[in-house]
Design a protein around this ligand. Structure first.
Ligand code: GRF
Length: 196
């Protein structure tokens, strides 16, 4: 399965995906990595693995030209699936419509709880911690034009029994993400998880 990865930050999920591909556990080829952030770790990781690394930021375009450029990238690399791995921007509607049910995201909590516009990074884990949840987890879902609202494809619980701070929750959940995302992508590529 040909995939394109969108990421804004450090890129640890991208790294986990690359490792799984290299170990032969994930039958995917990363056609490109795209980031809105020129200094994102994800772009560095892509370059160090000879994967085309594309910086594309809305800030440098009018919204229409940005959308056109994004569509251009997709037309050029033809990914079968767009994989969001810490991409902090909403995907433009025109792209969501064109790639309906072909965009997935990973979220570090058990959606539909702890999702939505401001639910990213440590904000999520702080809320989970303050709500004294016994479990958090990882959700992989289809992307539509609302934050964290698309159909849920897979969830895995994380036991928070020994977590004494939001930071500890973040660390524990991230480790699970690194196992879950490659596994779910493989299930999608084998059609064990159907996007339609
Ligand atoms: C992950 O926690 C992911 O669930 C969320 O953003 C974070 C990205 O981390 N969507 P990384 O850049 O993959 O390390």
């Amino acid at each position: 399965m040909r995939i394109g990865v969108f990421a804004s930050g450090r890129g640890s999920n991208l790294h986990a995906i690359i490792n799984s591909i290299n170990k032969g556990e994930l039958d995917c080829r990363i056609e490109f990595v795209l980031s809105n952030n020129s200094r994102s770790g994800a772009l560095e990781i892509a370059r160090s693995h000879q994967i085309p690394a594309i910086h594309l930021s809305e800030k440098n375009f009018s919204s229409e030209t940005f959308e056109d450029s994004l569509l251009q990238v997709l037309k050029m690399y033809k990914p079968e699936l767009i994989v969001l791995a810490g991409y902090m921007k909403l995907i433009p509607k025109i792209v969501v419509d064109k790639y309906a049910k072909k965009i997935v995201n990973i979220h570090p909590a058990l959606l539909p709880k702890y999702g939505g516009k401001n639910m990213y990074g440590l904000n999520i884990h702080k809320e989970v911690f303050e709500s004294k949840e016994i479990y958090s987890g990882v959700t992989v879902h289809i992307v539509n034009s609302e934050y964290d609202k698309g159909r849920i494809l897979y969830q895995e619980k994380v036991d928070l029994a020994n977590c004494k701070s939001p930071e500890e929750i973040a660390e524990k959940v991230l480790k699970v993400e690194h196992l879950v995302y490659p596994k779910v992508l493989q299930m999608i590529s084998e059609k064990k998880i159907k996007l339609n």
